[in-house]
Write a protein that binds this ligand. Structure first.
Ligand code: DHB
Ligand code: FE
Length: 284
């Protein structure tokens, strides 16, 4: 059995990664965003997780329209930052945790979540930006990472309820893990993507701050209800890329029914996307 130190919901805005990589944090456009996230980084540094399960989406980097797994679990020893057109981000290689990842695969598939097993999977901004948000610029990422990739690019994505139930199944897997390092293992679960944003078409640039806060409030207080929100409501209220938010339900499902809000941030502008960061812990 492992200890779950908390869940993190965060946007994965690629411009945030670029701002970090190119030393722009002190520039007027970026300064207030990076100031606001500082307490979240301090919380993470104080918690020192051993493993982070990062639920994220690939943006046609590791996968393409040739192959679209709904859920793909990375079981490799390492994952390389993907080349998204400008060369790979100069961030550390992501070190996996094959023993826990294979246990997750066995437990989830035994639990009737027929996930795809990925022995090789380059990770794009969907995964590396959330790591940069929470860990800054270390020489090596300070913990092992298990990537869990969700299709939210090609219709149809999984429902919020399916994601929430997957989170519950991940929790059962973490509770039954008995690897050699199980008793001392501290795990954090990331749900990434969102918040409201639309990158193309007539409504490009859409931001819905009221929706974003209501989403976070409901994620905390009544996830079993709000996971039933239909896809077209995300598109209408949160823009075409707002559907990435279903991944936050995987994180929420891995936590207890009652959680405490440790940290919340919402910031505009960072690029065209409404940027949110939420930390939850199981209630004491
Ligand atoms: C942006 C946001 C995304 O989620 C993404 O995948 C690509 C770009 C943006 O805000 O620019
Ligand atoms: Fe995205």
């Amino acid at each position: 059995m492992t200890t779950i130190i908390g869940g993190i919901g965060t946007s994965h805005v690629p411009a945030v990664g670029a701002a970090i990589d190119h030393g722009k944090q002190e520039e007027p456009y970026w300064r207030s965003y990076f100031e606001k996230i500082q307490p979240a980084r301090e919380w993470m540094a104080s918690q020192r997780p051993d493993v982070c399960i990062v639920v994220y989406n690939d943006h046609a980097s590791a996968f393409s329209l040739k192959l679209i797994p709904t859920f793909a679990l990375g079981v490799a020893t390492e994952f390389q930052p993907a080349d998204e057109g400008y060369g790979p981000r100069q961030v550390p290689t992501v070190q996996g945790h094959p023993e826990l990842a294979w246990h997750l695969a066995e437990s989830l598939i035994g639990d009737e979540f027929d996930i795809t097993i990925a022995n090789e999977m380059d990770v794009d901004h969907g995964l590396t930006v959330p790591l940069s948000v929470m860990f800054g610029e270390p020489d090596a990422w300070p913990c092992r990472i298990i990537p869990l990739c969700v299709n939210v690019i090609q219709y149809p994505p999984p429902s919020g309820k399916r994601c929430f139930d997957l989170g519950r199944a991940i929790r059962r897997a973490l509770d039954s893990y008995d690897g050699s390092d199980a008793d001392s293992m501290k795990v954090a679960v990331f749900g990434t993507g969102g918040m409201s944003h639309q990158l193309q078409g007539e409504r490009a640039g859409l931001i819905n701050t009221d929706f974003d806060h209501a989403f976070m409030d409901e994620l905390i207080a009544q996830p079993g209800v709000s996971c039933g929100r239909p896809h077209d409501e995300y598109i209408r209220e949160a823009g075409s890329e707002g559907i990435e938010l279903v991944m936050w339900f995987v994180m929420r499902g891995a936590l207890d029914d009652h959680v405490d809000e440790v940290f919340r941030m919402h910031h505009v502008p960072t690029s065209n996307t409404s940027n949110g960061l939420l930390i939850l812990q199981n209630a004491h």
